[in-house]
Design a protein around this ligand. Structure first.
Ligand code: CUA
Length: 326
């Protein structure tokens, strides 16, 4: 083990590999810039902390009151010393500003020809939509390619945070925000919400999967085709997970926010307007397309409209609900 490995300083400054006591592994092109800035500020702080506290202790001991003390006048103004301790810190903050500002500009300016992925943050789930329309709950990206995220929120402010890429950006309702990165190593990394957004905030954790060269496109094609390639009820389970139904509807009979899907198909539901209906294919379809038309008795009526859900997705979802018998 290198002498400073415990503090993470030496390995991170030298290699940017593996993650350290201070920082997770650096796996994007921008990460070394951010890390260097962090270690610059940390180094300057540690140096001056040691200098100031060291001198303070030394002076306290050296000039403590002694029995033999003689009164002396305090030293007067020293121009050379004052200029020195003004100019040196000014130069240091100029260097920090330069490093910080150039890193900021790099972070805020995506290179041209980026691969676009749309991100939606919602209480309490991430959705990632690819250029072919496929929506996933994990972020899949190719290695060594610039990816630009265009992000929006359906409700409150969230913040997309990928520690290994040193990327963090607010996701705000009513406007788009963007961020970008270029992953440098295939693998799986954490992606989380870094803005407290309600009781399920800590559930907004998912992963970034960085595919090896040439493996991203086949993955996307296959993933996008799951409705065709899986049996309907299994495809329906994927829709249930990907589209966020899972956040409010259990499949084991427990009540989360909405009714459990277990044994739901074929039940008679009573609504707040006094009417009732049997839960069948058409009922489920209408409920998904217009969630506020009928509110089931005893439930809060907070189901959102699922933007962009296709009739194929609804069909397999119904098959999935049908398969969950009591
Ligand atoms: Cu979304 Cu915290």
């Amino acid at each position: 083990m290198q002498p400073l490995a415990f503090f993470g300083v030496a390995p991170t400054l030298l290699a940017q590999e593996g993650g350290t006591f201070w920082l997770p592994p650096a796996r994007s092109t921008i990460a070394p810039e951010v890390d260097n800035l962090f270690f610059l500020v940390l180094g300057v702080s540690v140096f001056f902390f040691a200098l100031i506290v060291g001198l303070m202790v030394f002076f306290v001991l050296r000039y403590r009151q002694r029995a033999t003390a003689v009164d002396r006048h305090a030293p007067t103004h020293n121009t050379a010393l004052e200029i020195t301790w003004t100019v040196i810190p000014v130069l240091i903050v100029i260097v920090i500003f330069y490093q910080g500002f150039t890193t900021y500009l790099d972070e805020r300016t995506p290179p041209r020809n980026a691969y676009d992925i749309r991100v939606t943050g919602r209480q309490w789930k991430w959705n990632f939509q690819y250029p072919n329309g496929f929506v996933a709950d994990e972020l899949h990206v190719p290695v060594d390619e610039t990816v630009r995220l265009t992000m929006a929120s359906d409700d409150v402010i969230h913040s997309l945070f990928i520690p290994a890429f040193r990327v963090k950006m607010d996701v705000v309702p009513g406007r788009y925000t963007t961020t970008w990165f270029r992953a440098v190593a295939p693998g799986e990394y954490e992606l989380l919400c870094a803005e407290f957004c309600g009781t399920g905030h800590s559930d907004m954790v998912t992963k970034v999967v960085v595919h090896k060269t040439g493996e991203f496109e086949p993955w996307l094609k296959q993933a996008g085709d799951f409705i065709k390639s899986l049996p309907p009820a299994q495809a329906g389970r994927k829709v249930y997970e990907l589209r966020g139904c899972k956040q409010c509807h259990s499949v084991d009979g427990s009540v989360v926010t909405g009714p459990s899907f277990k044994g739901l198909y074929g039940e008679t539901a009573r609504f707040t307007d006094g009417t009732s209906a049997v839960v069948d294919d058409n009922f489920i379809r209408e409920k998904i397309l217009d969630p506020q038309a009928k509110i089931r008795e005893g439930f809060p009526g907070v189901m959102p409209r699922i933007k962009g859900i296709t009739s194929q997705e609804i069909t397999v979802l119904i098959e999935f609900i049908k398969s969950l018998k009591k």
